[in-house]
Write a new protein. Structure first.
Length: 178
């Protein structure tokens, strides 16, 4: 190979390698998790959320919420998916209550639940639906009632499934007052 050809190829390869590095930076810098500064502003513009703070992490969290809001139809699955993403919950119980009310229990550490989670959930839910959120620690058993006597996971109450005296009506609590 001639010296001139080798020099030409070397200069072209260096430029192509530089372009590869630039394109790699563009690709990796435009993901929501990796973007900072102006790249994060660009993602915010795409989802319709102008920057309101200099803190990239706070802006990134608001962009995630805006993406959830933009893609939500207010279905139970949308709400549960949003809450799991925002709280790292191990379990979420979603219960509809008449009229137009939803009671949601988030099983997560209280420190993992953002302070504005109710306001955000209300924005994702259908208009006119009241949202009530409760929190329980992972593995905590809470009180409940199943009028059909079925087994409810993580629920203890009137419908204890293994309690049978007097045909199982009322459970152990009613026995205390008999």
């Amino acid at each position: 190979m001639s010296v001139n050809l080798k020099s030409l190829l070397t200069s072209i390869i260096k430029q192509v390698q530089y372009l590869e590095f630039v394109f790699n930076d563009i690709e990796n810098g435009t993901t929501l998790n990796a973007a900072i500064g102006i790249q994060l502003d660009g993602i915010g513009d795409l989802v319709g959320l102008p920057r309101f703070t200099d803190d990239d992490d706070a802006y990134r969290a608001e962009i995630r919420f805006q993406i959830s809001l933009n893609n939500s139809y207010g279905t139970p699955e949308d709400i549960i998916g949003f809450l799991k993403q925002q709280t790292n919950a191990t379990s979420i119980q979603y219960q509809e209550s008449y009229p137009a009310k939803v009671v949601i229990n988030i099983e997560a550490l209280i420190s993992d639940i953002p302070g504005d989670i109710l306001a955000q959930t209300e924005r994702i839910a259908p208009a006119g639906v009241q949202i009530q959120i409760t929190q329980s620690e992972p593995g905590q058993i809470f009180f409940g009632f199943d009028p059909e006597g079925g087994v409810q996971p993580l629920v203890s109450g009137f419908s204890e499934p293994n309690y049978v005296p007097d045909a199982g009506l009322g459970g152990q609590l009613s026995e205390k007052f008999s």
